[in-house]
Design a protein around this ligand. Sequence first.
Ligand code: NAD
Ligand code: IPM
Ligand code: MN
Length: 356
Amino acid sequence: MKIAVLPGDGIGTEIVAEAVKVLQALDLKFELETALVGGAAYEAHGHPLPDSTLKLAQQADAVLFGAVGDWKYDKLDRPLRPEQAILGLRKHLGLFANFRPAICYPELVGASTLKPEVISGLDILIIRELTGDIYFGQPRGRRTAVDGHFPGADEAFDTMRYSKPEVERIAHVAFQAARKRNKKVTSVDKANVLETFQFWKDVVTEVHAQYPDVELEHMYVDNAAMQLVRAPKKFDVVVTGNMFGDILSDEASMLTGSIGMLPSASLNAKNQGLYEPSHGSAPDIAGKGVANPLATILSAAMMLRFSLNQPEAAERIETAVKAVLAQGLRTPDIHSDGTTKVGTADMGAAVVKALR
Ligand code: NAD
Ligand code: IPM
Ligand code: MN
């Protein structure tokens, strides 16, 4: 089993180091190969996703990814910006299905900004379409406006679009995931305004005919954003487009206590996957040794389950994470009175120690 390890920038290197320690402590036969990506790759090779890194990711059984980006790269031409690395990996590997499970561990009920009764026992799954939508739609760019409110002015444009097969395949993923859970799918759209999302809604409804055992509800994204903090436990599987899924998953992370707790899996049609925390490179805390590594460690568990056929090892990691939380160990983002504040490396070491 070959795992491509791409730590990236900022806290990416710190949190991936801890996930790697956990993987190595499992005593399974892995080959881990590390490569530069994002700003780090730009510095060394002049490109955020060098061919060698892309090849490594394509040839591996799975990719463990940290995070990319830093404010200092924001002035670069877009194709050279660190974020293009993760977008390029998603596109080149065809990683269209992004699973972002938001689970509130009982020990962390007090870490969220929301009331305990709203989030205790929460277990929802956000399924984000990851290779379409306004993220990848062409054309895009800047030009002089020929119409609109200000003809002759500079303007910028992106294109929101979805094809039928793109919506069908993510809908199948969502209904099949719901079958293994509480059999309810909420499809989040903006069909009242956007043709792209009326189409999305129509296609999801059509696919639903093949899953009569699963309940389907449709919800507008603005309402979904509100319902996620009002009554999140009413959701089971949420399926939505690339941009709405990006935003709603960050919102959902606070239901778990912290963005540092939200893992993710991005899968293609062959179940090859890239595993990364849902958060970014957190330049504000990078280098301080305080980032929460649990989202990345839990992403490694998802990798073992989805791509490497090692469900027992995945469970060992998840059980160890729960044990460490039960011991009261907390990085600053989830720290509260009566718990013990630890740094990134100590948290990683505690998970290693708690492995059965
Ligand atoms: P961010 O997720 O990096 O950080 C948002 C806030 O959450 C910050 O205050 C940060 O300190 C905190 N945070 C994030 N992860 C944490 C962790 N593990 N433990 C404790 N606190 C944590 O989002 P941002 O600040 O908007 O973006 C920073 C950079 O990251 C940008 O360049 C952005 O483009 C990039 N980014 C990359 C990815 C990715 O690589 N997949 C994802 C999101 C953002
Ligand atoms: C994420 C990030 C990325 C996204 C950025 C860094 C391209 O926010 O993985 O959620 O928007 O998909
Ligand atoms: Mn995001």
